[in-house]
Design a protein around this ligand. Structure first.
Ligand code: IFM
Length: 449
């Protein structure tokens, strides 16, 4: 059976991962430009300096989107490309690039889905304190206003931030993403608070300054845990793992989703983070919680648990269990649970803003890129998404990660997530078998899965 009418099929990317043009036309540096220059930080010293050269090849790439049959394209704006100092004077050529990109998409009948922040934070603002600075929410709101005023006559779908869990957790706690900090938990609470406030103020700015009626969300990690069985004890244990805080962590659904959607702090927050003396006040929560039109969710993989006499036990996957080239277990069933757990807790229509896998893909002698694993992976995951929809959960669309191979952060170019293969030496694009297959899925509205 086909997916419901109007289901949105598309693909996703992010600015730093594909654009290149890192110093072109007045762009300022981002924290990723800086981290890539730190020895040992990124696989083999790779950088996003050129990446997929999308900054210059966006029109060719838009043609490829048409060839894939994509109806929606999620991309992000590079904050330092449009505001080289992060605040203050805008960079007109940078803004003009996004004008051209949006117009090119619309001319081809492709709906732009714009993410305001997908990790390439302006280096100049980082030097002023970054997310630790008390003004950081306002910096983000001012940047949002600039983009909403400029593109909000044509863009109708907005995501404020991508995966705050990652840019805060990996970027500021474990230190393996930019800016490469290893802050303590007290400072984590400060940046967590500021990023939530930034989201809330950003939603307000989009509503105030975009001319087109706006559908607004953010795109957090879709955290979920699979219950070992359908026994209610296991089902509850799996759900509570992401809903109740028991220890300091960045990988927790409720920590990032309860404040903006429910306007509350998650259960356990005071016990876990209260001792650090940073409070998120009721006033803060009123700013953080803004009406959202949908919930964007990025989903890749899940852990499994079962309930025990004393609590919860995490179950390891057996030896030889299927995994992607990132080492992430292949867990289609987790997609169903992820949607279910978010739907039941938050009740917002869901848009899958990312899902996909890294594979070992290359151009074969016949000139094609054969990636049967990606087809199999995507089919299995989409069937589980359909299962959730068949049970009445409101899922509006699916944006595959990624449109094309790109810079996979600390892994550099060693991981390939694309439906389109990129030869980084020549910039030649080749639609992979999965890209041709995805087109048939879009044409059949999922009826051929
Ligand atoms: O490439 C990333 C993307 O930038 C954010 N979500 C996960 C993807 C795969 O790691």
């Amino acid at each position: 059976m086909a997916f419901k009418d109007g289901f949105v099929w598309g693909v996703a990317t992010a600015s730093y991962q594909i654009e290149g043009g890192w110093q072109d036309d007045g762009k300022g540096p981002s924290v990723w430009d800086a981290l890539c220059r730190r020895p040992g930080a990124v696989f083999q010293g790779h950088t996003g300096d050129v990446a997929c050269d999308h900054y210059h090849r966006y029109a060719e790439d838009a043609d490829l989107l048409t060839r894939l049959g994509a109806k929606a394209y999620r991309f992000s704006v590079s904050w330092p490309r449009v505001l080289p100092q992060g605040v203050g004077k805008a960079n007109e050529p940078g803004l003009a690039f996004y004008d051209r990109l949006v117009d090119t998409l619309l001319e081809r009948g492709i709906e732009p889905y714009l993410t305001l922040f997908h990790w390439d934070y302006p280096l100049a603002l980082y030097h002023r304190g970054g997310w630790l600075h008390q003004d950081s929410p306002d910096w983000f709101a001012d940047y949002t206003r600039l983009i909403a005023e400029r593109l909000g006559d044509r863009v109708g779908f907005w995501m404020t931030q991508n995966e705050p869990q990652c840019y805060l957790g990996l970027g500021h706690v474990t230190g393996n993403h930019a800016p490469g900090l290893k802050l303590g938990w007290g400072e984590f609470v400060t940046i967590h608070r500021n990023s939530l406030l930034a989201h809330g103020k950003s939603v307000q700015a989009i509503r105030a300054y975009a001319k087109r009626p706006s559908q607004i969300s953010f795109a957090p990690v879709g955290s979920s845990t699979i219950p070992a069985s359908l026994d209610s004890k296991d089902v509850d244990a799996a759900r509570d793992r992401d809903d109740v805080l028991t220890h300091p962590t960045c990988w927790h659904r409720a920590l990032f989703l309860d404040p903006p959607i429910l306007g509350t702090l998650p259960k356990g927050f005071d016990e876990v983070f209260g001792k650090y003396g940073v409070t998120i006040s009721d006033d803060d929560l009123r700013t953080i919680k803004q009406p959202l039109d949908f919930l964007g969710l990025n989903y890749y993989s899940s852990q499994r648990v079962r309930a025990t006499e004393n609590g919860v036990e995490r179950l390891e996957y057996p030896e030889g269990y299927p995994q992607t080239n990132m080492g992430w277990p292949v867990t289609p069933e987790g997609f169903y649970w992820m949607v279910k757990q978010h739907w039941e807790r938050y009740g917002l229509p869901i848009l899958i803003t990312e899902n996909g896998m890294a594979g070992t893909d290359w151009v074969s002698d016949d000139g094609a890129v054969h990636d049967p694993q990606r087809i199999d992976f995507t089919r299995k995951y989409l069937r589980e998404l359909k299962r959730a929809m068949d049970e009445g959960m409101d899922v509006r669309g699916y944006l595959h990660w990624s449109f094309m191979d790109n810079f996979e952060w600390a892994e550099g170019y060693s991981k390939r997530f694309g439906l389109v293969h990129v030869d980084y030496q020549t910039q030649k694009r080749t639609i992979k078998d999965s890209g041709h297959w995805y087109r048939t899925v879009i044409e059949a509205n999922g009826a051929n899965l």
